[in-house]
Design a protein around this ligand. Structure first.
Ligand code: ADP
Ligand code: GLC
Length: 495
């Protein structure tokens, strides 16, 4: 099998830097593609956290002026990950997260910081970096969205890598004012409907969707949803136009990082045949989040960014009924300040019955999956979702809104599924307070039937949540595209 080289252009990657599921996906998929003959190299910005973790990196290229300062391209290896890191201190050497300053505000120059990521990705895709020339450039989310556009406008008829744009979340689109166009180094004609123009401004994700050879998103159901008026969030008609190039490929997880029988971050290891030690994790979790320690009470958990997408307000409104069933609720998350405060208020209102940790804590994330009995996911939309996959693997029963990837990955334990012995969780629809409440009542009723509960847990733990199947689909896509590697079409033909 000939090897295909793919440059993955991405703004975060686990274990170097993570704010959400994108990092998990970018960090875990490459290892599963290697056996398929696909060699992934990930291009990431040289944030402080990244530079501090890459050790002996080798400079392979210099960009004398990358949007206002010099930049070096460093080649590094971290575990199984082959990396190219953009060392550009004027853009990335800062405190805070990849996107926000320490006060939680977007960095004012994010448009430039991620245009730079995309411009470097495109330069590599055009063969301008002698040391490395990929067959495919795979851009993730709006931060890498300009990559296919730069490849198009800077190509001038040269051979270029094939391109894929993957949507992890259509809600974040990277919209910027039109006067940025010359600063971005894009030609005036790019300001057109079939260019980067988007509602009078410049749309980074739109640009990627316009120019990528193929588009993927992270679950089949979300691929359908984003082609609708509501789910399309302004990009639905473009996506409908390109439906033949759009594919939903379900995310998988790294089962070596998320393995309850080997997990060093939890209090007690367990597996499908020895579930009992979960109790120790439950007690430890209750202690950590300030809940009354009691293994007999049903403990429902939530771990998430605290945002509208995730339906945190739905959960908070449903709390009186949920707690009325006798259950406890543990919340781990950070995000919008008002939501963080609302979660804190709930803890004050229901001491010992609602517990929380506001912040980002990877270790606690593992303990929650290992100790909670059920995981609540009242998301209004969810492109894929990874926490329900971790939950399945950890015997934590997912209770999910039937949207996007949640709908594709959890089998509702209704009577029919139970008769077949295949239910793995609870689904509810639509994501409203009433529907979450009735789901909570179902969960509480199931919890009272230990044998049935155990069966649902075991079904979940047996579910294949690995990358194996999806890695093959990505590999097929890369193969298909490289068979069709092409020269940049003249502008006239595209218009
Ligand atoms: P999204 O990318 O939309 O945030 P995903 O479910 O795909 O949602 O991925 C979220 C990832 O971030 C998971 O790995 C989850 O465990 C992790 N996570 C979310 N919030 C926290 C938190 N407060 N502390 C630790 N990990 C978190
Ligand atoms: C996004 C989505 C989430 C998905 C993740 C990784 O952040 O919100 O549903 O799992 O990307 O693809």
């Amino acid at each position: 099998m000939t090897s295909i080289s793919v440059l993955s252009v991405v703004s975060e990657i686990y274990p170097l830097i993570k704010t959400g599921g994108l990092a998990d996906v970018a960090g875990s998929l490459p290892a599963f593609l290697k056996p398929e003959g696909i060699a992934i190299t990930s291009l990431v910005p040289g944030y402080r956290a990244v530079l501090s973790k890459i050790g002996d990196a080798v400079p392979i290229h210099v960009f004398p002026d990358l949007f206002g300062g010099p930049a070096r391209l460093l080649r590094a290896q971290v575990g199984p990950l082959d990396l190219l890191v953009i060392d550009a201190p004027h853009l990335y050497d800062r405190p805070g997260t990849p996107y926000l300053d320490p006060e939680g505000e977007n960095w004012p120059d994010n448009a430039i910081r991620f245009a730079a990521l995309s411009a470097v990705g495109a330069a590599i895709g055009l063969g301008e970096v002698a040391a490395y020339c990929p067959d495919v450039v795979h851009a993730h989310d709006w931060q890498a969205g300009l990559t296919p556009a730069y490849l198009h406008y800077r190509g001038n008829g040269r051979t270029r890598a094939a391109t894929i744009m993957t949507i992890h979340n259509l809600a974040f689109q990277g919209q910027y004012p039109p006067d940025l166009l010359p600063v971005l180094g894009l030609p005036p004609e790019a300001m057109a409907v079939n260019g980067v123009e988007y509602y009078g401004g410049i749309g980074y994700l739109k640009a990627g969707l316009q120019f990528a050879d193929r588009i993927t998103t992270v679950s089949p159901k979300y691929a359908e949803e984003i082609c609708t008026l509501e789910g399309g969030m302004g990009l639905g008609s473009l996506l409908r136009d390109r439906i033949g190039d759009l594919q939903g490929i379900l995310n998988g997880i790294d089962e070596s990082v998320w393995d309850p029988s080997e997990d060093k971050l939890i209090a007690a290891k367990f597996d499908r045949l020895h579930i009992k030690p979960r109790r120790i994790n439950k007690l430890s979790l209750q202690r950590r989040v300030g809940l009354r320690e009691d293994t007999d009470v049903l403990l429902m958990g939530l771990i998430s960014r605290l945002t509208w997408q995730k339906g945190i307000d739905i959960l908070l409104d449903a709390l009186p009924l949920i707690l009325g069933t006798g259950a406890q609720v543990a919340i781990i998350g950070q995000g919008e300040r008002a939501m963080e405060r609302a979660v804190g208020d709930a803890v004050t209102a229901y001491p010992g019955r609602v517990g929380c940790v506001i912040g980002y804590d990877e270790e606690l994330g593992h303990l929650l999956q290992a100790g909670a009995d059920a995981l609540l996911l009242p998301s209004r939309f969810e492109p894929c979702g990874l926490t329900q996959l971790y939950a399945l693997r950890y015997g934590c029963v997912p209770v999910v809104a039937r949207v996007g990837g949640l709908s594709d990955t959890v089998i509702d334990a209704n009577e029919m599924a139970r008769a077949e012995g295949i239910g793995t969780g609870i689904q509810f629809h639509p994501p409203t307070v009433e529907m979450l409440e009735s789901a909570a009542l179902r969960v509480a009723a199931l919890w009272k039937k230990p044998a049935l509960w155990r069966r649902i847990q075991r079904n979940g733990m047996r579910t294949d949540v690995s990358w194996r199947r999806s890695a093959r689909l990505y590999a097929e896509l890369y193969r298909e595209l490289t068979g069709a590697q092409r020269a940049v079409e003249p502008e006239a033909l595209r218009a």
